[in-house]
Design a protein around this ligand. Structure first.
Ligand code: FES
Length: 72
């Protein structure tokens, strides 16, 4: 689903950013420009960030990472 319409950012983009190390809304904004225009997506982006972080909470190795399988 689209989270940020201004910059065409999806939940998958946010999950991938978390996999790549983003752990704050500011880092998402730096990487994806989410919430840097009208700002209406900030709350939803934060929710998706937290969801992605919860999925990342368990240690995993990259080859069997559930997140990456869902993203591919
Ligand atoms: S919808 Fe994300 S900045 Fe406007």
């Amino acid at each position: 689903m689209y989270v940020c319409l201004c910059h065409s950012v999806t939940d998958r983009d946010i999950h991938q950013a978390v996999v790549n190390g983003a752990d704050t809304l500011r880092e998402l904004s730096n990487q994806l420009k989410v919430a840097t225009c009208c700002g209406r997506c900030a709350s939803c982006a934060r929710d998706v960030l937290q969801e992605a972080q919860a999925m990342c909470a368990k240690p995993c190795n990259k080859q069997s990472c559930v997140k990456e399988m869902q993203l591919s």
